[in-house]
Design a protein around this ligand. Structure first.
Ligand code: GLA
Length: 388
């Protein structure tokens, strides 16, 4: 990331003048537990060494200028008018964060932003949360507004809800802010109680394979899945009013109430995935990588067949991974409909396994997938505050 930080500082100086603050926020992998967060269940993410760096500095104007260095795109936003979403998708994440500060009574002054990163966009690694969180940290530092981490997470999450139109859960922003090197976070999304679990799979590491299929369908289907879960929950509640979320539902309850078959499958997946996260947490503690890996494959099957958020490309990569002895586990990750598979692969045969997966993907889909060998890393924060 050091190179990226240097790059954005240079670009800032060239374009706008003196930078005041440099922040950083990581993307995340999710070891297991997808589409459980907004159902108030459990997730097991970890922040990674791919992320977004952002530099900011006041400009004495009544507007903010945001420059996305990687895209060479600039956007201007007035700070005297109410904030609203605009056409340029990435800018909404920053505008949403600004709005969050304004709502909390921060008196905004005009400032400039330059950001860049190495977390691939729209590939299930939470590039949007990384952008939101780097903005939250940079802006609070710039205006000397002291912020609890829990509040930082909410500002970032609300930006996504209100300005990007995705009714996401809390996992991505939580992981980006709270992540720690070599630890996964077992998070209870109902009350945000969490514990750090050291990742101690000896001789095995994480590899992401990017299908390079972008999930443009993803946002609308994501919101639809949320509604479907809501529908299932309401059906269960009619018979079991004490139930607050799918997290409280047991399979026997589902069988006792009537709901469309598709809604049943969505709920079944969520219930089973919550169980898997609980089991996976235990296996992580014991360092049982093969057992853990099996749960990853099961999770993928559920996401593909019951929750239906996978696609042919992801399914192919996971199927092929299942044939390789050195791949202990493989699954799609995040919202779905493209993006990356997460693979837990034995170091001793890592290169060979990656090559096999890549070749088979190329043969079938004519696309050379991007490969990222990732490590866990610390969560978001301020890298530097420049003094006058
Ligand atoms: C996206 C959302 C998260 C979570 C995952 C699926 O990444 O931002 O809140 O719901 O999808 O697990």
């Amino acid at each position: 990331m050091k190179d990226i930080h240097k790059k954005i500082l240079n670009a800032f100086t060239e374009k706008y003048g003196s930078p005041e603050v440099l922040s950083h926020a990581p993307g995340r992998i999710n070891l297991i537990g997808d589409h459980t967060d907004y159902n108030l269940g459990f997730v097991l993410p970890a922040s990674i060494d791919l992320g977004i760096g952002m530099t900011v500095g006041r400009n004495g104007l009544e507007k903010c200028r945001f420059y996305a260095l990687d895209l060479d795109e600039e956007v201007e936003v007035s700070i005297t008018e109410p904030f609203h979403s605009i056409q340029t998708g990435w800018a909404n994440y920053i505008i949403g964060v600004l709005d969050g500060f304004k709502k909390r009574g921060v008196k905004l002054e005009g400032f400039d932003v330059v950001f860049a990163g190495n977390v691939p966009l729209g590939s299930g690694l939470s590039s949007s949360a990384a952008l939101e969180c780097s903005a939250v940290f940079a802006i609070s530092e710039l205006f000397g507004f002291s912020l609890e981490k829990s509040e930082a997470i909410l500002i970032a999450r609300d930006a996504e809800h209100q300005f990007a139109g995705v009714k996401c859960g809390i996992m991505d922003q939580f992981a980006s802010v709270m992540g720690r090197k070599e630890q996964a976070i077992k998070l209870d999304c109902r009350n945000l109680v969490f514990e750090y679990l050291p990742i101690q799979f000896e001789g095995a590491g994480w590899v992401l394979i990017n299908t390079r299929i972008s999930h443009s369908l993803g946002d609308s289907e994501y919101n639809r899945r949320r509604e479907e879960c809501e529908q299932g929950l309401n059906a269960v509640r009619a018979a079991f009013p004490e139930v607050e979320s799918l997290r409280d539902v047991r399979l026997e309850m589902l069988d006792l109430v009537s709901m469309p078959e598709k809604i049943y499958r969505r709920c079944q997946y969520v219930l089973e995935e919550n169980f898997r996260v609980a089991k996976a947490g235990e296996q992580l503690k014991l360092g049982l990588s093969r057992d853990f890996g099996r749960l990853m494959f099961d999770s993928h099957k559920g996401l593909s067949e019951l929750y239906e958020v996978s696609c042919a490309e992801l399914d192919h990569l996971v199927n092929e991974a299942g044939k390789l002895d050195a791949v202990l586990g493989s699954r799609m990750m995040g919202g779905g409909f493209g993006g990356c598979t997460l693979n837990l692969i034995l170091e001793e045969d890592k290169e060979n396994s990656i090559e096999k997966l890549r070749t088979s993907y190329m043969e079938k889909f004519g696309i050379d997938p991007d490969i990222y060998v990732v490590n866990t890393a610390d969560g978001a924060g301020i890298v530097k505050h420049f003094q006058d």
